[in-house]
Design a binder for this molecule. Structure first.
Ligand SMILES: [Ca+2]
Ligand SMILES: [Ca+2]
Length: 259
């Protein structure tokens, strides 16, 4: 029942806050849809960090959200990617994701720190799947500069398994998807990336690389400083429980990755 209700809600993440909207009557026809803001009563009062500037591409990219049951208690929990700022990223960035555990019906508590989701960077997207087939959903977070794989230990506790699994990636990773592309029973991972953009050598306002059709924003494809060309997807393969390059597909060895 709770699961159905949550799915009938909309989680909106804006530049300054996040909101949970519930549909009054899920059976209402599309033309009569009406939502009410449940954020305050739902305990969704904290706001992941965000960049209020929109001059560089990394600042303009929207973040991802996942609804999943991190502790298998029958209630969906909420995972939201967190932004950073140019200044904060250069000194390590901010937590890449924030976890809100549904502790009772439609009420959530921020468990980010106690859950171990503390890897810092600049979060972009998120893909959830049980990559080691232990019955617990795991988290892959994409981001600018590096990505993070969180292995679920149970009870909404996670460990950072990125280095062990060899899926740190790099560049400007945005989307990710899990799928068993070769049907061997082990989930594989595909990560898409965006343009080249060097956060340590960004163009200055007024330069050639800083005006897109009259908009004061970093220019994709401009010569010199600024964003240049699309990056290829991250290709990895599998080896003894980790991931390895394999024609743009990353594969896992399930449980063995916990070694
Ligand atoms: Ca749950
Ligand atoms: Ca798992």
């Amino acid at each position: 029942m709770v699961r159905c209700l949550i799915i009938a809600c909309i989680l909106a993440v804006t530049g300054s806050s996040q909101s949970l909207f519930a549909q009054k009557n899920p059976t209402t026809t599309a033309g009569n849809l009406h939502f009410r803001d449940l954020s305050k009563n739902a305990g969704l009062l904290t706001t992941p960090p965000t960049s209020d500037k929109k001059q560089y591409l990394v600042e303009t990219m929207g973040g991802g959200v996942a609804l999943f049951d991190c502790d298998n208690d029958g209630k969906l929990d909420i995972l939201v990617t967190g932004d950073s700022t140019i200044e904060r990223y250069k000194v390590g960035g901010d937590p890449m994701v924030y976890l809100y555990h549904q502790d009772r019906d439609l009420h959530f508590t921020d468990l980010t720190k106690s859950a171990g989701l503390t890897t810092r960077g600049w979060g972009m997207g998120v893909a959830v799947a049980d990559y080691d087939n232990d019955g617990l959903p795991d988290i892959y977070v994409t981001g600018y500069g590096h990505n993070a794989l969180y292995h679920n230990l149970g009870g909404c506790k996670f460990e950072d398994a990125t280095e062990r699994a060899h899926v740190v990636g790099g560049g400007f990773s945005v989307g990710a998807a899990w799928a068993d592309y070769d049907r061997d029973g082990h989930l594989d991972l595909f990560v898409s990336r965006y343009v080249h953009s060097d956060i340590h050598n960004l163009p200055s306002p007024g330069s050639r690389s800083f005006n897109y059709k009259g908009l004061p924003i970093e220019v994709p494809g401009a010569e010199g400083l600024g964003a240049r060309g699309l990056l290829p997807a991250d290709p990895w393969k599998t080896s003894s429980g980790a991931f390895r390059r394999r024609s743009c597909i990353s594969t896992s060895r399930g449980r063995s990755s916990r070694r």
